[in-house]
Every structure is written in C-alpha cells, then in structure tokens.
Design a protein around this ligand. Structure first.
Ligand code: PEP
Ligand code: MN
Length: 339
C-alpha cells in the first residue's frame, strides 16, 4: 500500500501514520518529497490488514493498494493462463470451444434437434436454460427439473456436455446432478451465497458478468468460487447496460482484453445476450476471437420466431453453420483452433 499525505501535513501527522502502518504489520518506508510525504507500507497486502482505514486519519490524502486483492484469480500470482476442462473440453489453451443451444429448454424435440445441428457444425458443449431468470414473473420461467432431464437426454444422445443456469442455492444439488457446468447468470453474478453453494458442488462454473459490473467486481465474484477450493471458473462477458438503445446490451470486448491481463482464468464471450440481435452475433463472434477470448456461448433455436425467450437474438441452425465456418480464418490469424 502507498499512503499519500496531504501537502503541508505536519510532522506529528506523518509520524502517526508511520506508527499506524507499523501497528498493522507493515514496514513503513517514508519518502519525503518537496511538497508531500508518501509512506510506502511494505508487506503482503493479501495476508495483512487492509490499510484503507488510514484514509480517515488527519493528514492523509489517499491510500492506494499496489497488489491485487483477488489473490487466487489474479494473474499477478499465476502468470500462466489456466486451462479449465468441462467434460474434457479445454477452455483457456490454444483451443477455442463453442457452446451452443437454445436460450430456454422448451421441449425434448427442440433440444434434440438443436443439439444435433450444433454438434454437426462444430459446437463442443450444449447450452439451454431450465431455470430462467426473467424480468417479469409472468414470462416463461423454464421447465425446471423436466428441462434438466431433457438436457441430460440430449447429452446421452449426442455426447455433448451440458451448460445450464442455476438460479438459487436451493437448486444447486439438483442442477449439479444433471449439468457438466453451472452457469451463474448476470443477475446473480454478485449473489455471494449462490456463488459459494455453486462452488461447493465441485462442478465448473460459468460466471457471467453482471449487468453493470466492473471487471474488478467480476474477479472478486470469481474469487468467491476459487476461495471455496473450486479452481474451475470460466468468465463470460455478455454485455453491460449503457445509454445505447439499438442493442439490448453493449458487448464490452475491451473488458475481455482487460480481464485476460488481470486474470489467468479463461474468458469467453456471449454475443447473443451481448447484442440482443441475431444479425450482430456473427460480427461480435469474430471480434471476440480478435480480442483474445477463449471461446463463445451462442444461442441457437430451430425456429427463433416461436422461441419462448430471447427470440430476437437466437440464430437459426443455418446461420450458426455459416458463423462457425466463417470463424476459421479469424481463429487461424489469432493462433487458435476450434476445439
Ligand atoms: C442466458 O444465457 O440465457 C442468460 C439469461 O444470460 P445472462 O445471465 O447473461 O443474461
Ligand atoms: Mn437468453
């Protein structure tokens, strides 16, 4: 930590800061400038007390951390990227896996049909919501347990691992019995009790970025999972709320590049929630490859016009096939391969 004193801080104020830094377990190293004094507090910030309380001392202008406080998620402590495997599919290495499937599980026929076409087009995992987080309580809430059973049947038929959302702590065991990876949705990205319960299931966690979450907050949510002994976290950028109204969200590809520098965890992109528009999914997928994302999660529906949720953003099987074929030169340029 660096403690910056105010211009004109008295000797007594500076000494009080030095004593407090020492009391909290750090070695104080005062640097006296012409106008101001700065006290560098030497010691591991992740095992000692935070010095933020010093900001309230008279004479102190600012207290600045120099180490990341998400010690398990940060790249500082783990310079090499981590590879997270989901039913054998690796995220975070040279491979670039694509997860695809409908927004919601609606029927066995819909899921089976989608699973077969996305697999044929090169997707490695199947997505589909059985528990749906809907803004209105009057909208389709998902088939719940029946939906999970449909997903499990699709896995049995195609071999594709299953990615599905868990909305509540109460359902973690049930969802974990059926899924290969638990999705924590944007609306629950800071539901800390749910993060802990999901972590304890031992399943890999797909952690969406919250609707207005800073990258640092997103990494702290990942830290909740990692600190419960579950190392298998994949981050997912899915757009944030902005002033733009022509898209549902603003896909923040800058945050992907930033997150990749801050953390060793894999980061994937969801261009479907990111745009809310099927016609932008292809362009955003290519952009995701270019900024260094480690994979994609894309909503595909056999007939988006009749979808029970997110109809406007789901692509058809034909559009998905076109998207996957078109990714090839971008992946090659980025030194990646479709897993
Ligand atoms: C979804 O994947 O269908 C979904 C609801 O995602 P998010 O939590 O990112 O909105
Ligand atoms: Mn959706």
């Amino acid at each position: 930590m660096i403690v910056v004193l105010k211009t004109g801080a008295s000797k007594a104020q500076i000494n009080a800061v030095i004593r407090e830094v020492q009391k909290l377990g750090y070695r104080p190293h005062p640097i006296r400038g012409v106008e101001r004094t700065v006290v560098a507090a030497i010691g591991d910030e992740r095992v000692h007390h935070t010095l933020e309380t010093l900001a309230s001392m008279s004479g102190v202008d600012q207290v600045m951390p120099v180490q990341r406080r998400y010690k398990l998620a940060s790249r500082e402590a783990h310079p090499a990227g981590s590879v997270v495997r989901v039913r054998g599919v690796p995220f975070g290495g040279r491979d670039f896996p694509v997860i695809a499937g409908p927004c919601s599980v609606e029927s066995e026929k819909q899921v089976m049909e989608t699973a077969r076409v996305v697999k044929a087009a090169g997707a490695r995992l199947l997505r589909g919501g059985a528990f749906k987080p809907r803004t209105s309580p009057y909208e389709f809430q998902g088939l719940k347990q029946e939906g999970l059973e449909i997903l499990a049947a699709a896995r049995a038929a195609t071999g594709l691992g299953i990615v599905t959302e868990v909305l509540s702590e109460r359902d973690v065991d049930l969802v974990a019995r059926h899924a290969d990876m638990l999705q924590i949705g944007a609306r629950n990205a800071q539901n800390f009790a749910l993060l802990v319960a999901a972590a304890e299931s031992g399943k890999p966690i797909l952690l969406k970025r919250g609707l207005s979450m800073r990258v640092e907050e997103w990494l702290f949510s990942a830290e909740y999972v990692l600190s419960r002994g579950n190392p298998n976290v994949i981050l997912c950028e899915r757009g944030v709320r902005t002033f733009e109204t022509l898209t549902r969200n603003t896909l923040d590809l800058g945050a992907v590049a930033l997150a990749k520098t801050e953390t060793h965890l894999p980061v994937i992109v969801d261009p479907s929630q990111g745009a809310g528009r099927a016609d932008l999914v292809n362009a955003m997928s290519r952009g995701a490859v270019a900024v260094g994302a480690d994979g994609l999660i894309i909503e595909v529906h056999p007939d988006p016009r009749v979808a029970m949720s997110d109809g406007a953003q789901q692509v058809t099987p034909v559009q998905f096939g076109h998207l996957m074929r078109g990714l090839a030169p971008f992946l090659k340029a980025a030194g990646r391969r479709l897993a």
